[in-house]
Design a protein around this ligand. Structure first.
Ligand code: NCD
Length: 305
C-alpha cells in the first residue's frame, strides 16, 4: 500500500483507498475511540504539531487545534506576524527551524497558490495544506465527503451542484478532484466570471441556478471570494436574487436535497437564514466532522512519518 504523503497539498496526493481509510478512521474517532498522547500515536515522544496561518481563518485553524489536542499531541500556534518571516526569512528556513526544534508537522495556510508544492521533493517537515490561495483546501473536501458518508449520501452516480465562485474557491477545486474519484458528477453554477475555465470530463457548467438545482442530488454552496477579485463585479449587487440558494427557491423547485457550505456563510447572499436553520442544511455537521477528519489525517501522517 502507498504510504501516506509527507506533504498533503491536494486531493490527488491521496489514493482512493487512503481516502476510504481516512473516512473509516474519522468515523471510529467520532464514535469514541480517542487515542491519548504519544503511546497511542505509536511514538516514544509526544508529537508536536504547529499551525501557521498566513491568511485569516476561524474554522480550519480552530478545528485543527482541537484535533491536535484531542489526539494528545502538543500544539504550537506559530504566529507568522511576529515571526522571522516578517524579517524576510523564507518559508523553507522557517520550516527547517521548526523541524530542528522538534516540531513534527506544520499545518500551513497561505495566500500563495501552489506555494507548498516546492516542499514535496525534499520536505523540511510534514506539511498539511490548510488552504493555499485559490489552489486547494484538501482537508475541507475530505471532511465534506466524510459528512456525506455519514448522512448516507452515496455520491457514486449522483450529481453535486457547486454554486458560487467555483473559479476562485480552493474548496471548489478540491471537490472537483474528489467527487469524480467517488463516481460523482459536478454541475458548476454561478455568474459566468465564476465558472471554471476547464470543465472536467463528465461535468457541466451553467449560469442558471434553477437548472443546476433541478439536475442535482446535493448542493454545495460557496462564498463569493471578493478578496481574490481585482475589482468589484457587476453581479455582486443582485447575487442573492440570481444565484442565491434560499428555501423559497428550493420549495418552488420541489427539491428537498442536502445543502453544504464550508463557511463562512454570507447570510442573505449565497444562502438565506431559513435554509441555514432548516434540516436540509449540513453546515454545522461539517463543522463537527471537521475535528474528526482532521484527527484522522493527523494520526495517519504522524504515524507514517
Ligand atoms: C473556506 C476557505 O478558507 O477556503 N473556508 C474554510 O476553510 N472553511 C471557504 C471560504 O473562505 O469561502
Amino acid at each position: 500500500m502507498q504510504s501516506f504523503p509527507k506533504v498533503l497539498e491536494c486531493i490527488s496526493d491521496l489514493s482512493k483507498d487512503q481516502i476510504e481509510k481516512l473516512i473509516h478512521s474519522a468515523n471510529r474517532l467520532k464514535s469514541g475511540y480517542v487515542p491519548v498522547g504519544s503511546r497511542n500515536l505509536g511514538r516514544k515522544f509526544t508529537p508536536i504539531v504547529a499551525t501557521s496561518f498566513l491568511e485569516n481563518s476561524t474554522r480550519t485553524k480552530h478545528s485543527f487545534a482541537i484535533a491536535i489536542k484531542k489526539l494528545g499531541a502538543m500544539y504550537i500556534d506559530f504566529n507568522a506576524d511576529t515571526s522571522s518571516l516578517k524579517k524576510g526569512e523564507n518559508l523553507e528556513e522557517t520550516l527547517l527551524t521548526l523541524h530542528y526544534q522538534g516540531v513534527d508537522l506544520c499545518i500551513i495556510r497561505t495566500s500563495v497558490s501552489g506555494e507548498l508544492n516546492q516542499f514535496k521533493k525534499d520536505p523540511p517537515i510534514a506539511i498539511i495544506n490548510g488552504g493555499d490561495g485559490i489552489n486547494e483546501h484538501p482537508t475541507q473536501a475530505l471532511l465534506d465527503l466524510f459528512t456525506m458518508f455519514e448522512e448516507g449520501i452515496d455520491i457514486n452516480g449522483k450529481t453535486m451542484a457547486i454554486i458560487g465562485d467555483c473559479k476562485h474557491s480552493r474548496v471548489g477545486h478540491s471537490l472537483t478532484s474528489l467527487i469524480p474519484m467517488f463516481g460523482g458528477k459536478i454541475i458548476f453554477c454561478g455568474p459566468k466570471e465564476c465558472l471554471p475555465e476547464d470543465i472536467p470530463a463528465n461535468c457541466e457548467a451553467t449560469t442558471n441556478v434553477d437548472e443546476a438545482i433541478l439536475k442535482s442530488d446535493v448542493l454545495y454552496t460557496l462564498r463569493i471570494q471578493k478578496e481574490r477579485h481585482s475589482q468589484k463585479a457587476a453581479y455582486y449587487d443582485n447575487y442573492e436574487e440570481e444565484f442565491g440558494v434560499n428555501l423559497k427557491r428550493l420549495q418552488r423547485l420541489d427539491k428537498k436535497i442536502p445543502v453544504f457550505h464550508p463557511g463562512p456563510v454570507n447570510i442573505g447572499v449565497e444562502l438565506d437564514y431559513e435554509t441555514i436553520k432548516s434540516d436540509l442544511y449540513l453546515g454545522y455537521k461539517q463543522v463537527t466532522n471537521s475535528v474528526f477528519m482532521r484527527m484522522a489525517i493527523l494520526k495517519a501522517m504522524l504515524i507514517d512519518a
